[in-house]
Design a protein around this ligand. Structure first.
Ligand code: ATP
Ligand code: MG
Length: 698
């Protein structure tokens, strides 16, 4: 986290702080805070804010507080407070002794309110909530002064004191700031500061029957704590003038508010209110359902704190609203678990295999490495016997092209074990379903290698039938069917966009015996399947339950899909359109529609680093700045034109910015650079002029 070298270009927030430090603002102090409202569980968007606030404090030698903005007694619960603390700690951050509650400041805030009344800047209003709304005006019409706006200071002091003493009903009176009913900013039209609310608060009990509004609490709480940089999301930009007004009128320490764009992720939602709805209506099993974008859901699913922190670093911070591809979050966890997860074998949909030439009473133990990425993780023994299970999908009676797994008469390798050859297929008489394979093994191939060097193309995972353990495995897919469910127009209820296939529970899986007693929360790679985690709630010694954290890249699915696509019969091709007769209309490449083209998000980027890649003779690697406060890695097949890629540094190029990130042999590719390609000519498209990184190219 604390790695200034990795930020070769500072994001806009860190740039502001760097400037402030240069100017010795706040005597060189940097103090941030994470201010959750305890009305739900934290989600991955909050993780972005946590990483940002704690990260900045660490990088600049400052401090970061956690403060619960608990001004709304009716919606807040202790359960949420505890879960938030657990999640922040789990992410790896420490607030030391600086855990605060806005409710700790209720007295101070009350005194501030009295102070504003005394200088004629606040008044008690008897209008009803509806009348206040009516008087407020609209974006195009100025508001109207309340008839109570001119009450004397004495009367206001008396009424406010009696509001506090409990003399009035809920909603009968409010305290309002006297700002400007004609302000173009609606937040400035005499906002409510205090309301009467006879409700018990989770920390202050029945001590108060008036509660400060969030807008009268947040800025002053930051001020009380000496927060220097009050970092929040863009929706508070319009509230900043009000926060400034309160601080100035009260003449108290003035934190600087800086707004950034919230994190949005594809195929999920990021609103506590909506997540709560899913929980309360039973659409998911709880806040910590593995499909939820909550920190507790991601933890249960098998995400590591490191992967979430890396993800947050990768996405950076910007002022522009955008939506991040879920594939990037998945990439982060895959990258982390690849290094640390033990490899084991698990068969999710078992198909029985009998090795006819293997003795029925024999069990031998074969060596299996735990992680090829890390020999230090050692090895384990795997039992092999006459009856095994393999994956149903690893056998095809009639194998299509490029299907390299088992088929009648074909030989494959069983990982860490032997070559086996399929001799006979047993089918269910009624359904025709393949229920058992009879195979032979070659004793000379122990460990999975033949001395004669003969070639087998497929390597399968397997388990021994008798020694393997039964397990339930839960496979997850996106929670929603649409990439941006929160933003879908014409949808009366976002819940209709839920993916009915987001959970598939397989109950007759078989896992290798080394998983006996696997600790809840422990993570494994099931060979060829993906990364899985022992469910921390439902798994037990008698009944193992695993959650799929993320798949591996499934190359076969891709090949099959591609085959299907190109397998369109030739006759179905459309006849050439008439206009093709005229050469001047003939397209130089395959045609796409204007809609297809407009989906491309072309952006200006500055090349910050460029270099050759060892082992790649066509590619160069670029690190480009799209104004996102981080650099993106892009691979371009233009090495022949740029034997010294360093010369590209500083050039403005055009990047396709909305491609799904793609894992390549050399790293993650997060975009594509436009280049001109021709006979004996090749060059990257560069542009000149005023355009800034991140600007759109049309
Ligand atoms: P929600 O809209 O999900 O209910 P919220 O803003 O009401 O969230 P808070 O508890 O007030 O939730 O948020 C605490 C902090 O986290 C705030 O500073 C807020 O700006 C930040 N935050 C909330 N959602 C996101 C997000 N999607 N991306 C980045 N920061 C976020
Ligand atoms: Mg909020």
């Amino acid at each position: 986290m604390n790695n200034p070298d990795s930020t070769s270009s500072l994001d806009f927030i860190r740039s502001i702080i760097t400037e402030d430090l240069k100017a010795n603002k706040n005597d060189g102090r940097v103090h941030t805070r994470f201010p959750p409202e305890p009305n739900g569980y934290l989600h991955i968007g909050h993780a972005k804010s946590i990483c940002l606030n704690f990260g900045i404090a660490a990088e600049f030698g400052g401090l970061c507080n956690v403060r619960f903005d608990d001004t709304n007694p009716t919606k807040e619960e202790k359960e949420f407070v505890e879960s938030i603390k657990e999640d922040v700690r789990w992410l790896g951050f420490d607030w030391g002794d600086r855990l605060y509650y806005a409710s700790d400041y209720f007295h101070q805030l009350y005194d501030y309110a009295v102070q504003l009344i005394k200088i004629g800047k606040a008044y008690v209003d008897d209008l009803t909530a509806d009348e206040i709304r009516e008087y407020r005006g609209t974006l195009t019409q100025p508001g109207k002064d309340s008839p109570y706006r001119t009450r004397s200071v004495e009367e206001n002091l008396d009424l406010f004191e009696r509001m506090r003493a409990g003399e009035f009903e809920n909603g009968s009176r409010v305290l309002r700031a006297k700002v400007d009913m004609a302000s173009p900013n609606l937040n400035m039209r005499d906002p409510v500061m205090y309301r009467v609310l006879h409700a018990s608060h989770h920390r202050t009990g029945n001590k108060w029957c008036i509660y400060p509004m969030y807008d009268f609490t947040h800025g002053q709480s930051d001020s009380i704590e000496g927060i220097t940089h009050s970092i929040c999301t863009l929706e508070f930009e319009d509230h900043r003038p009000l926060y400034d007004w309160f601080l100035d009128e009260l003449k108290i320490f003035h934190p600087q508010q800086i707004e950034f764009a919230r994190l949005n992720l594809t195929y999920t939602i990021m609103s506590k209110r909506r997540l709560m709805e899913l929980v309360e209506q039973g659409c998911v099993t709880g806040w910590n359902d593995s499909r939820m974008p909550t920190i507790s859901g991601l933890r249960r699913r098998g995400y590591t704190p490191e992967s979430i922190r890396n993800f947050c670093e990768r996405i950076g911070v910007a002022k522009r609203e955008s939506i991040v591809d879920m594939a990037l979050l998945e990439y982060s966890i895959r990258e982390d678990l690849n290094k640390r997860a033990s490899r084991v074998m698990a068969v999710l949909r078992p198909l029985r295999v009998v090795i006819d030439n293997y003795p029925g009473n024999r069990v031998e133990y074969l060596d299996a490495e735990n992680n090829p990425e890390d020999p230090g993780m050692g090895s384990r023994k795997l039992p092999f016997s006459r009856v095994l299970y393999i994956e149903q999908e690893d056998f095809r009676e009639d194998p299509p092209k490029k299907f390299f797994r088992l088929a009648p008469g074909r030989e494959v390798r069983l990982k860490h074990a032997y070559y086996i050859k399929c001799e006979r297929v047993v089918k269910d008489e009624k359904t025709g379903e393949v229920v058992e394979l009879h195979c032979t093994y070659d004793p000379e191939t122990r460990g999975g290698w033949s001395k004669d060097g003969r070639n087998v193309k497929g390597t399968l995972h397997w388990v021994s039938a008798d020694q393997s353990l039964k397990a339930e495995v839960r496979l997850y897919d996106h929670l929603f069917v649409k990439p941006n469910p929160g933003d879908e127009k014409d949808v009366s209820d976002f819940k209709t966009l839920l993916n009915s296939n987001s959970l598939e529970a397989l109950t007759s899986c078989r896992v290798e015996p080394s998983l006996a007693g696997a600790e809840p929360g422990s993570r494994y790679q099931f060979l060829r399947q993906g990364y899985f985690c022992v469910d921390s709630i439902d798994s037990s010694a008698d009944k193992l339950v695993f959650n799929r954290t993320v798949t591996l890249r499934d190359t076969w699915a891709k090949i099959e899909k591609a085959q299907k696509k190109t397998g369109i019969p030739k006759a179905a091709k459309e006849p050439a359109p008439l206009s093709e007769k005229h050469d001047d209309h003939k397209p130089v490449g395959q045609e796409i529609t204007i809609e297809d083209f407009s989906k491309l998000d072309l952006r200006v980027a500055i090349v910050r680093e460029a270099g050759l890649i060892e082992g790649a003779d066509k590619l160069i690697r670029l690190m480009v700045d799209l104004g996102e406060g981080r650099l993106r890695q892009v691979f371009a097949g233009i090495r022949s034109a740029y034997p010294e890629p360093e010369k590209l540094v500083g050039k403005k190029v055009i990047i396709v910015a909305n491609l799904k990130p793609r894992q390549m042999k050399f790293g993650l590719s997060e975009g594509m650079a436009l280049a001109g390609v021709g006979k004996n000519r090749l060059g990257i498209a560069t542009i000149e002029g005023e355009l800034l990184p991140g600007d759109r190219v049309k």
